[in-house]
Design a protein around this ligand. Structure first.
Ligand SMILES: NC(=O)c1ccc[n+]([C@@H]2O[C@H](COP(=O)([O-])OP(=O)(O)OC[C@H]3O[C@@H](n4cnc5c(N)ncnc54)[C@H](OP(=O)(O)O)[C@@H]3O)[C@@H](O)[C@H]2O)c1
Length: 388
C-alpha cells in the first residue's frame, strides 16, 4: 500500500488524483490532504478518504475544522508552517505536489529533504528553484516523478536512456482557445473565453497560462531542470489534437513519442504507480478515430509571452523567477478583471526589462527576487487602467 499526501486536493489535479485513488483502494491510501479555502469540498474528501492530517491556508478555517472533528483523531494544521508540518507526517511514501504557483515550493522542498518521493504537478516550483530542487533530491535520493502530461511523456520516452543520446525534445501545446482567433481581436478576449480550453479541464491559473502559451514557456524551463537538458535542445510544437504529449529525438535521427487520450488521470496514475503500470479500462487510444495528428510551428506574434519565457530559459539564473512571479501577479489581476488579456504580457515584459539577470546562490535569494518582482508588478499595475 502506497501512503500518499495530496497538496492541493481540492484543485483539478488533486481531484483527479483522488479519482485514481478511488480506482485502486488496495494500492493507495490517502494520509494527508491539503486545501486552500474550499472547506466544503475538503470536508467531503475527509469523510470519504479518512486522512490522518489535513492543512488549510487560513488559521480561522483550521480552527473551525478542528472544532468539527474534535471527536476524531484527525490533525488539522494551517498556513505555510502547517503545510510543511503535514508533509513531515511519518510514513508517507509519496507527496503529490499540486498547489498552484510558488506557494507549492516550500512543502515540495520539505518532502524531498526528507527523502520522500514527489509526484510533481506544481511546475512553478521547478521553474523558480529547479537547480536547488534537483540538488536536494540527488542528496536524499528522493525521486521526482512528473505529472504534467508533457513531462510525463518525456520521462516515459527517456526511460533511463543516457542524456548524451538525446538530440532534441519537443513539448506539444494544443494552442489553447485562441489558436485561430484574429490577432487584432486578442487583446479584448474575456475571462470566460480565455478559460475555455478546447482540450483540458484545468484550474483557472493554468488555463489562462495555456491561453497565453506562458504555460508552455514555464514547461520548457521545467523540462530543462527536470531532465538536465540544454535550452537549445528544447522546443514547442502546436498539436491541436493533444494526443501526442512529447517527442524525444535521439542523435541517430530516431524519434520516440508518448501518446494517450487527453486525460490527466493517465499521467497522474503513472506517477502514482511508477515504476509499475496498473490496469485501467476505458482509456484506450483509437488512432483510427483520431484520424489527424497535426504539428505546427508556434506563431510567435500570437503568443509573445512564449518569447519572453524562452529568453528566461536561455538566460537562466534569476530570470525564470522574475518571469514566474510577474506572470502570477498578472494572471491574478486578469482573473480579478483588473487588466485585459494583452496586458498580462505588458506586466511580464515590464518586470523582465527592469531586472538585471544574475546567478542565484540560495533559496532565500529565490524568495527575495520573487517578492521584489511581485511588488514591482503590483506597482506597475497601479498605473494601469483596464483598456478596452
Ligand atoms: N490542471 C491540470 O490539468 C494541470 C496539468 C499540468 C500541471 N498542472 C499544474 O498543477 C498545479 C495545480 O493546478 P490545478 O489546475 O490543479 O490548480 P487548481 O485547480 O487551481 O488547484 C489548486 C489547488 O491548490 C490549493 N491551494 C492554492 N493555494 C494554496 C495555498 N496557499 N495553500 C494551500 N493550498 C493552496 C487550492 O485550494 P482551494 O481550491 O481549496 O483554494 C487547490 O486545491 C499548477 O501548478 C498547474 O500548473 C495542472
Amino acid at each position: 500500500m502506497k501512503k500518499i499526501a495530496i497538496l492541493g486536493s481540492t484543485g483539478s489535479i488533486g481531484q483527479n488524483t483522488l479519482e485514481v485513488v478511488r480506482r485502486f483502494p488496495d494500492k493507495l491510501k490517502v494520509e494527508v490532504l491539503v486545501a486552500g479555502c474550499n472547506l466544503n469540498l475538503l470536508r467531503q474528501q475527509i469523510e470519504e478518504f479518512h486522512p490522518r492530517a489535513v492543512a488549510v491556508r487560513a488559521e480561522e478555517d483550521a480552527r473551525q475544522l478542528r472544532q468539527e472533528v474534535k471527536k476524531t483523531s484527525l490533525k488539522v494544521y494551517a498556513g505555510e508552517k502547517g503545510l510543511e508540518e503535514v508533509v513531515c507526517f511519518p510514513e508517507i511514501d509519496l507527496v503529490v505536489s499540486a498547489i498552484t504557483g510558488v506557494a507549492g515550493l516550500k512543502p515540495t522542498l520539505k518532502a524531498l529533504e526528507l527523502g520522500v518521493d514527489v509526484a510533481l504537478a506544481n511546475k512553478e516550483s521547478m521553474v523558480v528553484a529547479g537547480p536547488f530542487i534537483k540538488k536536494i533530491a540527488a542528496r536524499t535520493h528522493a525521486k521526482i516523478i512528473p505529472i504534467d502530461s508533457e513531462h510525463s511523456g518525456i520521462f516515459q520516452c527517456l526511460d533511463g536512456r543516457p542524456l548524451k543520446s538525446v538530440r532534441k525534445v519537443y513539448l506539444t501545446a494544443s494552442g489553447g482557445p485562441f489558436l485561430r482567433v484574429p490577432l487584432e481581436d486578442l487583446a479584448n478576449k474575456s475571462q470566460s473565453e480565455a478559460l475555455a480550453h478546447p482540450r483540458w479541464k484545468m484550474g483557472k491559473k493554468v488555463s489562462i497560462d495555456s491561453a497565453t502559451l506562458m504555460n508552455k514557456g514555464l514547461e520548457l524551463i521545467e523540462a530543462r531542470f527536470l531532465f538536465d537538458l540544454r535550452p537549445e535542445q528544447l522546443d514547442v510544437l502546436i498539436h491541436p489534437q493533444s494526443i501526442v504529449h512529447a517527442l524525444v529525438e535521439f542523435r541517430d535521427g530516431s524519434c520516440l513519442a508518448q501518446l494517450s487520450q487527453t486525460d490527466m488521470k493517465i499521467p497522474i496514475q503513472y506517477a502514482l504507480s511508477y515504476p509499475e503500470r496498473w490496469e485501467t479500462t476505458g482509456n484506450s487510444l483509437d488512432l483510427s478515430e483520431v484520424k489527424n495528428l497535426e504539428f505546427l510551428k508556434v506563431e510567435e506574434s500570437r503568443f509573445p509571452l512564449l518569447a519572453l519565457a524562452r529568453r528566461a530559459l536561455e538566460v537562466g539564473g534569476s530570470l525564470p523567477v522574475v518571469l514566474n512571479a510577474a506572470n502570477e501577479v498578472a494572471v491574478e489581476a486578469f482573473l480579478e478583471d483588473n487588466i485585459n488579456f494583452r496586458q498580462i504580457y505588458e506586466v511580464v515584459e515590464y518586470c523582465l526589462m527592469q531586472h538585471s539577470p544574475r546567478d542565484i546562490n540560495s533559496l532565500d535569494e529565490v524568495l527575495d527576487i520573487d517578492q521584489e518582482t511581485r511588488k514591482l508588478a503590483r506597482e506597475f499595475l497601479k498605473g494601469k487602467v483596464k483598456s478596452k
